[in-house]
Design a protein around this ligand. Structure first.
Ligand code: CAA
Length: 258
């Protein structure tokens, strides 16, 4: 495996950590960095030691967006042939929960990366923004779609067209982050949430994430049929037998992941 250049990874107590590690450039996301992030997520997805993934940034910002210097000379043909966003698409296929721990600038592609997480814990100093319009472009890694699905057309359009900096309090009010914490408690809170999820039976966690995600893109009827099949499927797991027997026997369950 190639040495990691732009991220740092580690595994501890069921949590797979990914730290964006280009602090001098405010973790501006170049293409290699995105490939490293996605490969690390995919490796964690297959690693039985990892129950939950935590994504965070080294330095003062989560990420100031896609690397502008890298893009400045791009053209439509080079972009089409490079198909860089195919790497971003792979993030949606990660089965384990991903918690984003964000702070400082969460701009452009950094905002899009944050919106690809399943949960967001934000330090009180966090500012979210889509500044692409000020560069003569627009979000390209899902920003116009994910933000609109989360907050509705009215606010999404206003924020993307004005490049307004959205404060953590507003983000919480509009429901696209889970919690605001003091900057010094950011990792502690992310680890606390990760720990709560890591204790749950992994197959149930996996199928719950998959089912909730169906609600975003499918009709209620289709989503409910999908949910039902996943519900039935869990009755093939050892953890269902253990969870329900433990309840009946009035003891704590011991989940094994099977
Ligand atoms: N790309 C490349 N380099 C970046 C960068 C980016 N997105 N954001 C910051 N940097 C670099 C700066 O060039 C600077 O490098 P040098 O020290 O070598 O000059 C370093 O990081 C520190 O940045 P600043 O000195 O600008 O720090 P600041 O605190 O004064 O300002 C900021 C911070 C307001 C975030 C400012 O850096 C900024 O506006 N950055 C660009 C934000 C942006 O437009 N992001 C959207 C990118 S496009 C995109 O993401 C497309 C997409 O949808 C995929």
């Amino acid at each position: 495996m190639n040495a990691l250049q732009f991220i740092e990874t580690s595994i501890e107590e069921g949590i797979g950590y990914i730290f964006l590690n280009r602090p001098k450039q405010l973790n501006a996301l170049n293409r290699k960095m995105i490939r490293e992030i996605v490969s690390a997520m995919e490796a964690y997805d297959l690693d039985l030691r990892v129950k939950v993934i935590v994504l965070a940034g080294n330095g003062k910002a989560f990420s100031a967006g896609a690397d502008i210097e890298e893009m400045v000379n791009d053209n439509p043909v080079s972009l089409e042939l490079m198909n860089q966003f195919a790497d971003w698409d792979r993030i949606s296929l990660v089965k384990k929960p991903v918690i984003g721990a964000v702070k400082g600038f969460v701009f452009g592609g950094g905002f899009e990366l944050a919106l690809s997480c399943d949960f967001l814990i934000a330090a009180s100093d966090t500012q979210f923004s889509f500044p692409e319009v000020t560069l003569g472009v627009m979000p390209g890694a899902g920003g116009t779609q994910r933000l609109t699905k989360l907050v509705g057309k009215t606010k999404a359009l206003e924020w993307i067209l004005t490049a307004e900096r959205i404060k953590a309090k507003t983000a919480l009010q509009y429901g696209f982050i889970n919690k605001i914490v003091a900057p010094e408690l950011l990792m502690e809170e992310a680890v606390d949430l990760a720990g709560k999820i890591a204790k749950q039976p992994p197959l149930a966690v996996r199928l719950i994430k998959e089912s909730v995600n169906k609600a975003v893109d499918h009709s209620l009827y289709e989503g409910m049929q999908f949910e039902r099949k996943n519900f039935y499927l869990l009755f093939a797991s050892k953890d269902q037998k253990e969870g329900m027997s433990a309840f009946v026997e009035k003891r704590k369950p011991n989940f094994t992941g099977g």
